[in-house]
Write a protein that binds this ligand. Sequence first.
Ligand code: 13P
Ligand code: SF4
Length: 350
Amino acid sequence: SPEELDQRIHDVRQKLGTDVTILGHHYQREEIIKYADFQGDSFLLSQEAASRTEASYIVFCGVHFMAETACILCAPHQKVILPNITAGCSMADMAPMEDVDDAWEDLQDVLGDHGGIIPVTYMNSIAGIKALCGRNNGAVCTSSNAPAVLKWAFERAQRVLFLPDQHLGRNTALKLGIPLDEMVVWNPFKRLGGNTPEQLRHAKMVLWQGHCSVHTRFTPGQVQSARDRYPDINVVVHPECPMETLEVADMNGSTEFIRKTINEAPAGSQWAVGTEISLVNRLALQNPDKTIFCLDPVSCPCSTMYRIHPAYLLWVLEGLAAGEVNNQITVPEQMRQEANVALERMLALR
Ligand code: 13P
Ligand code: SF4
């Protein structure tokens, strides 16, 4: 029963003490986030993983790429555990290593003598892509620092290959004043990503054709109907939403930006939110003096974040108490070192 799960998680945590730290992403369900020693967006969680050196085990309640990042950044004596090994990210899955390696090779061939290109990957990607960025003067970014990282990249090369979220890439490039006609989309199923060499040479941004299935559900029509119902509404969305949705929203930012903005807003204010439903529901619960709802009337959970169930958390914690490490996330050493270079470049920027 939920009560028994709760009691057992409580008891085993007492037993494990500070040897285990639990990190939780804002999209985790309520029954999980209540156990987190620290909760945050991808950026804050990566900083936290790098600094919590006292714990031997980091139990990461989030998705696979986040746990992998924690594993790259944490100290050698620490082990990172993902309670449910199937908690992936459909966006990260849209950029498999072989396709990215092929694309990178093709881009070198076409652009090598034409001002070059730097790879920048969103945190939501596999470790191998972060390593490719580390080897090729590139960096990682998150939704909270994408403009700073892109600016940094454009100080070093004429072009950027942005992986794997085309929307975050496009929205961030627009913020930096790069016009749409200097952006191309790279479709991994087509030769040269579906572009001609001339189009690639003209482009400043090459956007990998990936997207988030949760955030692409938010539309300008939903923004309009929220405004029709509540003329004073504030609309805040995540930058993984399509450009057209950002254009009509009042503001956009990372999950931490959304959380902070709404928590600090005056009583009585009204908020329509374009992000994952667990965070929206939590904000509504914590701010009963404000009107807060999800832009999409059919609520949109991230199905992989949802795979972290209290029963899995209990299983890994009781395993640790019995001397068993289950679901440890590891990254091969060379890949870890190269990916770390790209992550450190990002961390140094802020
Ligand atoms: P944040 O970087 O804003 O936490 O977002 C992570 C994510 O997966 C959003 O879909
Ligand atoms: Fe991946 Fe989208 Fe889920 Fe974020 S919300 S973890 S990008 S599928």
